[in-house]
Each structure stands twice: as C-alpha cells, then as structure tokens.
Design a protein around this ligand. Structure first.
Ligand code: ADP
Ligand code: NI
Length: 225
C-alpha cells in the first residue's frame, strides 16, 4: 500500500477502470502509482501526490472508450472528473489543484512539440506513465490498444509520421516508431531515464526480431543452418 489516501482514491476509481481491455485498466494505474511513488522518493517529489494523480490520470481514455474511440481526448480536458474522484475519496480540497496539474501534463510529449513545463510531481507522473508504455508490458499494451483502434500489425510500406499525432495510426509497428522508441529520450527525471534504458532495449530487440520474422517468410534462420 502506498498510502491510505491513495488507496481511497484507488477505491473511488475502481469501477471505472476495472473492466477496461484497452491497456488502461486498474493494473496499469497500480503500476504507475507504484513506480511513480518509487521515482518520487528518489527525485525528492511528494509520493502521495504522484500516487493519487496516477489513479486519476487516465479519465481521458475512459471518455474515449465510452464514445467508442471516435475522437482523441486530452488529459487536460478531464479536470472535473479528476476533482469528482477526489471528492468521492474524501481527499483534502487542497489536493485538487496539484493533482489536476499532474494529470493535465501527463500526455504531453517533447517529440510531439507540446513539451511545456510541469511541477516535479507532474514530471515524475509522466515518466512513470511513459515507462509503462515501454518494456514487455508496453509492447503488450500497444498491441491491445492498437487492436481496439483497428490498426493492422504492420504495413511496411506506409510512411511513418515525422511528428507524433495521438490516436489511430497506420499500423501498430508504426506506433513503435512514432512514439514508443522516442519515450526514452523524452524522460524528465534521472531515475526515469535509468529505468527507460532497460525497457527501451527490450523494445529494440522486439522490433528487430519482428522485422526478421516478417521478412524471413518461410526461410526461418534455423532452416538455413
Ligand atoms: P498512457 O496510458 O501511457 O498514457 P496512452 O494512453 O497514450 O498512454 O496509450 C496507452 C497505451 O496504448 C500505450 O502503451 C500506448 O503506447 C498505446 N497506444 C497509444 N496509441 C496507440 C496506437 N495508435 N496504436 C497502438 N498503441 C497505441
Ligand atoms: Ni496511462
């Protein structure tokens, strides 16, 4: 348990996220809260604000899901939903502004041209959230969400977008190129960068193996030996 308050906020959002099958389920929120609190300890940020914000950071994905993924919704558009969750949890009113600020910052990306600047807690939350988008779980989440968006696995001939645009893209492998492989260099904290190194290496190995299998066709390496 991270803190009594974080647990109450978790309980307040439980039913909204428990049944999600797009990679934004309660387990994602738990991982971001846990990793975020650990990063916060190392960075001198407030672990409770980060953990509470972690449980409130994906309401924009909930809105998208309820609308059948017809449009992209920014996390900054969900301040009221965040405030309502904190009220349900009985959180002190003073927590609303710093938590809403963390949430509004968490879907910005330097490589998408909207870096902006955030509090230390907001930077830590963004790093923790982005770390859950890389590594083995990140790969799994990309395929889960890509399937919901109706993206094919890969279209090798399709051009990758030079600037990341949130939402549906030409294929799931393009999402790796357009976003996931750029997250390591978009980390905002030292400890986030350290974790990102390991997870980035997993992404690179996966993409190289995927391409090898795709192009090898029926001449798999073991048959050539
Ligand atoms: P997060 O929950 O980390 O804020 P997002 O909400 O942007 O990240 O996306 C959730 C997960 O779905 C991430 O792992 C992300 O890489 C993946 N994802 C987002 N957009 C796409 C896409 N167009 N195709 C495939 N996966 C995607
Ligand atoms: Ni998230």
């Amino acid at each position: 348990m991270i803190s009594v308050l974080a647990d109450r906020v978790r309980a307040a959002v439980h039913d909204d996220f428990a049944g999600d099958a797009t990679g934004h389920d309660l387990a994602h929120l738990d991982r971001v809260a846990r990793l975020g609190a650990a990063l916060a300890e190392r960075e001198g940020a407030d672990p409770e604000i980060v953990a509470v914000a972690a449980y409130c950071h994906d309401f924009h994905r909930l809105v998208e899901r309820r609308e059948g993924h017809a449009r992209h919704v920014a996390s900054s558009a969900c301040g009221e939903l965040v405030g309502a969750a904190l009220l349900r949890a009985g959180a002190p009113a003073t927590l609303a502004a710093p938590v809403q600020a963390c949430v509004a910052f968490c879907d910005r990306h330097g490589f998408a041209g909207d870096e902006g600047s955030g509090s230390l807690e907001a930077c830590v939350l963004r790093d923790a959230d982005n770390l859950d988008a890389i590594g083995a779980i990140g790969i799994a989440r990309a395929f889960a969400f890509g399937a919901v968006l109706g993206e094919p696995l890969w279209i090798p001939d399709a051009e990758a977008a030079a600037t990341y645009v949130p939402g549906r893209t030409s294929s799931i492998l393009h999402h790796f190129e357009e976003k996931l492989l750029r997250l390591r260099d978009d980390m905002l904290t030292e400890s986030g960068r350290a974790v990102a190194e390991e997870r980035h290496a997993i992404l690179e190995r996966f993409v190289a193996q995927f391409r090898d299998e795709w192009f090898a066709g029926d001449v798999a390496p073991a048959l050539a030996r």
